[in-house]
Write a protein that binds this ligand. Sequence first.
Ligand code: ATP
Length: 244
Amino acid sequence: MTVPRSHPRYLSLTTRDKLVEGWENGLVATQGLIAHGRGEAFDYLIGEITTDEARDAIRAAAATLILAEDPVISVNGNVGALSAGDIHILTTRLECKVEVNIFHRTEERISSLVSHLERHGIENVLGAEPDSNIPGLDHARALCEKGGIYSADVILVPLEDGDRCKALKDMGKRVITIDLNPLSRTSMTADITIVDNLTRAIGALGEEILRMKDDPRNELIRIADGFDNHENLKRTLRRISARF
Ligand code: ATP
């Protein structure tokens, strides 16, 4: 059924449709549908808007990505199904690499995801032929590419799980995540957590990068280094409490 634009939950319903389509096309794992449900519940709690706290995190993320020497965006099935077009825009603005990395890894899902990203204009997608391991993780989740995630200095990894986020931090990387749950292990472990719906945050991040790209380096450093993730998460939790 086509959702009419006038429906008050148009965005939420069409996002679900995109995920179901991604599931039917083999991009999204069944478990990915459940993970989305958890995200939706938190989206209600923040009011389904990009909050002031998320805006501050997006600015810090934009500054960090512009300053990075070798940034990589890590993409899983849900992220690819929902935001491939916006990720393509990010890669053109940052000249960064994209690597697919999925929790429930099968070769079929990896190759469907790579083809999907390529159809959206993203070139040289990494991750299909891993040649390295992230230390401290079990085999399938550890797989990565030496020229991608393994050697990156900054990683944007939306919708990550806590163990992998910690393992990336232990490798000395700066980790930026997008996660609607301010209490998840990932949110609390990352250097910068954007508590916002992926479908709003990736586009907003792309716009911020465009605005800040030519800002003086010392100003970008001030914004990136001045961000306090724990304080920002606390502000988000206060917002949620106030809504209750
Ligand atoms: P962790 O391991 O970090 O404690 P988790 O086990 O809850 O967290 P997963 O199930 O691996 O994490 O990943 C799902 C996470 O992604 C959830 O925290 C959920 O809130 C978040 N999420 C799901 N859909 C979206 C979305 N569209 N935008 C932003 N975040 C989302």
